[in-house]
Design a protein around this ligand. Structure first.
Ligand SMILES: Nc1ncnc2c1ncn2[C@@H]1O[C@H](COP(=O)(O)OP(=O)(O)O)[C@@H](O)[C@H]1O
Ligand SMILES: [Mg+2]
Length: 364
């Protein structure tokens, strides 16, 4: 899979940006706050229809504009494809594949895939549960495109229930109706999160052992249901829990359990890595997770996804940097950002296409 061209119009600080990728590896150089991450974010948005830096799509539209556009030309199994997303301040975004409007997000999500690895991912274990949920959700959108709608549905019901609870005027039967809907929506989300994490754990374990021998990684999804069951059974378990805490929720006027409160735990040889692993050990875990994400996408699509490395290569020590670059096959397309070229050796620099940006513009 190859991203051949990217066009941005009024996206973040890019008024008018167009670039054709010449080589398999592109290195984007620029000072802080010039728009390096914005480019990777736009590419990742094409893959996931979301970004871990936003709450709402509106944030992507240039401050001085009412609309924005991301457009891309892609070569996939010798077929040329064009993706286009139009954002506007007062309407829902419009998705197009080869010029044809797509109402179902899953049709769009199937086209381009990428793994994104940034310095903020290195803090995944130190971060908030919401960071870990967002990481997981973005990864799953690409593997199970139906998940995007399932998660949207869950969020919609959760918001409705939250609004109802905060109104303070609660009818018990009405709350039962919300809980029934929320339990189904939550079970759908939790099921796919657990299923994906199981696949991820299997591969990440091996990658992790390769980097840290004797250190056995395991991953656990923390939720009101302990293990992966049929969706019906999961729904019933969630509903039972919701019934148990019904009065608490009324008193505190909040949705206290559900997919929006879940988390992911990581263990090395059974020890909780969020609490006890060193910074280096945590980085090894994240690197193993990213390489596992890549492998899952590759298997699923029968071709390698893109790899987006945001500032992260310079942050990794040479052992981890070498492991990463050695593990990744040469045919995989990489887009890498960095403030300068200091962290890279000459051979690497010769093999990449270097572009420079400043204030949302290409400068060479
Ligand atoms: N919606 C927006 N409209 C205009 N500029 C934006 C918008 N969102 C972010 N920016 C600008 O983008 C820049 C940050 O871009 P980013 O890609 O994160 O930089 P970096 O090169 O450090 O990765 C900042 O100057 C910020 O003001
Ligand atoms: Mg950045």
């Amino acid at each position: 899979m190859k991203l051949e061209k990217l066009i941005l119009k009024n996206y973040r600080n890019y008024k008018d940006f167009e670039y054709s990728f010449l080589k398999n590896k592109t290195l984007i150089i620029g000072k802080n706050a010039q728009g390096k991450t914005n480019i990777l974010e736009a590419v990742y948005y094409l893959c996931t229809l979301d970004s871990n830096r936003i709450k709402r799509d509106l944030e992507l539209i240039n401050f001085e504009s009412d609309t924005a556009k991301i457009q891309a030309e892609i070569l996939k199994s010798d077929i040329n494809l064009e993706l286009e997303i139009n954002f506007s301040r007062d309407k829902n975004k419009v998705l197009k594949v080869n010029g044809l409007k797509k109402n179902k997000s899953k049709e769009f999500l199937r086209v381009l895939s990428a793994v994104s690895f940034s310095t903020s991912d290195l803090l995944l274990l130190r971060g908030d549960p919401s960071d870990r949920r967002k990481w997981l959700d973005l990864a799953i959108f690409q593997v199970y495109p139906l998940y995007y709608d399932k998660l949207s549905k869950f969020n919609k019901i959760r918001l409705q229930k939250a609004n109802y609870l905060s109104s303070g005027n609660i009818n018990s039967d009405m709350l039962d109706v919300f809980n029934e809907q929320l339990a189904i929506a939550s079970a759908n989300v939790v099921f796919l999160r657990m299923k994906y994490l199981k696949e991820l754990e299997k591969i990440a374990k091996i990658k992790h052992l390769n980097m840290a021998s004797g250190e056995n990684l395991s991953i656990k999804y923390i939720s009101s249901t302990e293990e992966i069951l049929a969706i019906d059974e999961m729904k019933n378990l969630i509903l039972n829990k919701l019934n148990e805490i019904k009065n608490d929720e009324i008193r505190r006027m909040q949705c206290l359990i559900g997919a929006h409160r879940d988390d992911v735990d990581f263990f090395i040889n059974g020890v909780d890595s969020k609490k006890y692993a060193s910074q280096g050990q945590q980085r090894t875990i994240v690197l193993a997770l990213k390489l596992a994400e890549l492998e899952i996408l590759k298997e699923k699509n029968n071709q390698a996804p893109l790899l987006l490395l945001d500032d992260v290569l310079a942050e990794l020590d040479s052992n981890r940097q070498n492991y990463l670059l050695a593990t990744i096959e040469n045919d995989i397309q990489m887009i890498i950002t960095s403030v300068d070229t200091l962290a890279f050796d000459d051979e690497f620099l010769k093999s990449v296409d270097i572009i420079k940006i400043a204030s949302g513009k290409l400068i060479s």
